[in-house]
Design a protein around this ligand. Structure first.
Ligand SMILES: NC(=O)c1ccc[n+]([C@@H]2O[C@H](COP(=O)([O-])OP(=O)(O)OC[C@H]3O[C@@H](n4cnc5c(N)ncnc54)[C@H](OP(=O)(O)O)[C@@H]3O)[C@@H](O)[C@H]2O)c1
Length: 230
């Protein structure tokens, strides 16, 4: 049975990815920072014995270490760094907030790196050997036609840089490292005007991940499977 570890799974795209991978018969290791309030995840656990849920604030090093020790030696086919924040809604020129920016950097950029470092051994034991991070087109310089959003754009651009380095460093271990844009999705973050719903986003993300090989390592995927320029 293939297996996957996904962060930030109590709501939004993360929760829907959990649902769909469970439906497809995967063993799912799902994390949430407030596990006691993750009602929908708990409901899924009642129906799927293949769902294992854990408390994880992705910025909390002791919690990351504890999870790595709990999962030590377990093969994982895919890791998805999904947890993320917009960081500062009103990060326009002249109004950026340093503390909010640093917190977003911890969640969007540093945490995915620390999690990759801790779980690369599990991925190396898996068959598919894929590490993915949920980035955003807003982290692309090429796509930045409107400015603003300094906190979100810069922390996702930095995540892309982290992932490209990891793609180089992990290639000799046979691990593919890819970057995903989930589309503009109707979630708490994407808002009600998003172009697609979580079901559509998760379906397309799963289809992209199903086709990833080591030749694609370092690629930045749009939700339609095309490559996003940096
Ligand atoms: N929605 C879009 O249109 C869109 C577009 C491009 C990229 N993305 C990216 O896709 C990913 C998922 O987005 P979404 O739309 O599903 O967002 P969402 O509905 O706002 O959900 C964000 C998830 O991340 C979790 N999270 C935030 N900080 C965390 C932390 N420190 N530790 C653990 N979990 C944490 C949240 O948990 P809590 O409930 O505890 O806060 C929640 O589960 C994000 O990385 C986002 O940047 C989304």
């Amino acid at each position: 049975m293939p297996s996957i570890l996904i962060t930030g799974t109590n709501r939004g795209i993360g929760l829907e990815l959990v649902r769909q991978y469970l439906d497809e018969g995967w063993e799912v290791y799902a994390t949430a920072r407030k596990l006691q309030h993750a009602t929908e995840l708990q409901q899924l656990a009642e129906f799927y014995p293949t769902l294992h849920s854990y408390k994880l604030d992705v910025t909390h090093h002791e919690q990351r270490l504890a999870l790595a020790s709990q999962l030590k030696g377990i093969p994982l086919d895919i890791l998805i760094n999904n947890a993320g924040v917009y960081g500062q809604d009103d990060a326009f020129f002249g109004h950026t907030d340093e503390e909010k920016w640093l917190e977003a950097l911890r969640i969007n950029t540093i945490a995915p790196m620390k999690i990759m470092e801790l779980f690369a051994n599990n991925i190396a034991l898996g068959e598919k050997k894929i590490i993915a991070s949920m980035s955003s087109k807003m982290g692309s310089m090429d796509d930045n036609g409107s400015g603003g959003s300094y906190v979100y754009r810069s922390t996702k651009a930095a995540l892309n840089a982290v992932m490209v380095s990891a793609a180089h460093d992990l290639k000799s271990s046979g691990i593919s490292v890819v970057i995903l844009h989930p589309g503009w999705v109707r979630t708490d973050m994407g808002g009600p005007n998003g172009e697609i719903n979580v079901q559509q986003s998760a379906e397309r993300l799963r289809s992209i991940l199903a086709s990833v090989t080591i030749e694609n390592s370092g690629d930045f995927y749009d939700i339609d499977g095309s490559i996003i320029p940096w």
